[in-house]
Design a protein around this ligand. Structure first.
Ligand SMILES: Nc1ncnc2c1ncn2[C@@H]1O[C@H](COP(=O)(O)OP(=O)(O)OP(=O)(O)O)[C@@H](O)[C@H]1O
Length: 417
């Protein structure tokens, strides 16, 4: 069980009183002051309200209490480390380590941060000059949080990595372990380097406060991960939201003719006005076939002049409200396939067109979507079933990240009893 050391007390040798003096508060009550700081921080990140679980986890981390956060994809887990990391850096000059398993997603985590919040990453895809510049910014206290792979951290101090040893780092506020389910041998994607991670962070870097983030931990995986984080059986240490975001409308069907059912679904009330749709298939050739099916069947309807309804939120254009902001024509069904067998250039152009709202439907294998942060994906359809419930939850989590209603449908495989 962790003792409740407050914000900055341990990390940089500051007391709560010193912290209050630094922030020129008129309120000596540390709890109240901390809460005000956290609320101000929320606005700095451009948000007006906390989402479920965010404030609880942020307050726990600022009190030095290790915490496991289990929130669905798109629920806003990044804020749970970014906001405390910012406050720790601002008030204590401490840095937060963020352990992230996918190098390709690290850059995304540090782009689009609000002015004044500084994230950086160290990974194998960087040149020596880039790494040197990050290490030097770290030493100068200019980095609020640093993203690093579990392998780089575990190998710190060896010739195989340039990750700095503790003497070359500012004090560490806390360590955030992203995709924390990888810590558990029970999880669907356990990574052996994760097992040594907490030990190295504790013994080599003196880390006492851990924040684990995951979207996909079952109860048994979560218990196992909590043990690794050192929170034992403390129930309050696990902050959990709904397994499936509440703004997602889920449905399922079993159909003799899936192609016909898909076209009917897309033309039906729920989906015909959706501007951005992902359709998951299990096989590459299926993605190409289904994308062609959509382009041909749906385009024929439009060509025949079958009137397509306007999306509910779109204002009718009159001469007075004439605007060039009409970005979406519900009669046009552009669809492209996406899978790992396509060239990198083709994949990039499909993703770019989808992100920009120029491409309405992406028919994809699971290769599409990892780290996709398009807030207004309005629908995810499983033409083929996901591999597991955890995978399903992760895949539908790509819809409705903006909190608005989004629609998800699964076509059951005929052999499922
Ligand atoms: N309090 C909030 N109010 C409004 N929007 C928010 C809030 N917190 C986060 N968001 C937005 O929600 C979206 C998802 O956030 P984030 O990327 O942190 O989710 P996540 O839980 O880390 O998802 P994933 O599991 O896919 O990594 C982002 O566009 C983010 O700007």
């Amino acid at each position: 069980m962790h003792s409740s050391t407050s914000f900055c007390q341990k990390r940089a040798g500051l007391t709560v009183e010193a912290f209050n003096a630094q922030t020129e508060t008129s309120q000596p009550s540390s709890g109240r002051h901390l809460e005000e700081e956290v609320n101000l921080g929320l606005r700095l990140f451009g948000f007006t309200n906390f989402r479920t679980g965010q404030k609880d986890s942020i307050m726990r981390i600022l009190k030095g209490l290790s915490t496991l956060v289990v929130l669905s994809t798109g629920a806003g887990k990044s804020l749970c480390y970014q906001l405390p990391a910012f406050l720790y850096a601002k008030h204590c000059g401490a840095v937060t380590l963020v352990i992230s398993p996918l190098v390709s997603l690290m850059e995304d985590q540090i782009t689009g941060l609000p002015a004044g919040v500084h994230g950086a990453c160290l990974h194998s895809g960087m040149t020596q000059t880039q790494r040197d510049s990050v290490v030097s910014a770290l030493k100068d206290g200019k980095v609020h949080f640093l993203l690093v792979s579990p392998e780089a951290l575990v190998m710190s101090g060896t010739a195989h990595t340039s990750f700095p040893l503790p003497g070359h780092l500012p004090p560490i506020a806390f360590a955030c372990i992203d995709e924390a389910h990888c810590l558990s041998e029970w999880s669907h994607n356990f990574r052996p380097s994760y097992l040594r991670l907490c030990k190295v962070l504790r013994s080599r870097y003196g880390v006492t406060c851990f924040l684990g983030l995951t979207a996909t931990a079952t109860r048994s995986t979560a218990r196992d991960v909590a043990q690794h984080l050192g929170v034992g059986d403390d129930h309050a240490a696990t902050v959990r939201g709904a397994a499936v975001p509440r703004n997602l409308v889920l449905s399922v069907s079993r159909d003799e003719n899936k192609d016909e059912a898909l076209i009917n679904l897309l033309q039906g009330e729920r989906f015909r006005a959706c501007p951005s749709i992902i359709i998951y298939c299990s096989r590459r050739e299926q993605t190409t076939r289904v994308a062609t099916l959509i382009r041909t069947s749906m385009q024929t309807e439009a060509d025949l002049g079958v009137p397509m309804p306007e999306p509910p939120t779109k204002k009718r254009r009159t001469s007075k409200t004439k605007t060039s902001a009409v970005t979406f024509d519900p009669a046009v069904w552009t669809a492209e396939s996406y899978h790992a067998g396509l060239s990198a250039a083709k994949r990039k152009s499909v993703q770019k067109a989808f992100m920009a709202g120029r491409l309405r439907v992406v028919v994809a294998t699971v290769a599409f979507g990892m780290g996709l942060d398009k807030p207004d994906v309005r629908a995810v359809i499983h033409y083929s079933m996901a591999k597991s419930f955890e995978a399903y939850v992760q895949e539908i989590g790509r819809a409705g990240r903006d909190g608005q209603t989004a629609h998800c449908h699964v076509f059951l495989d005929s052999e499922v009893g």
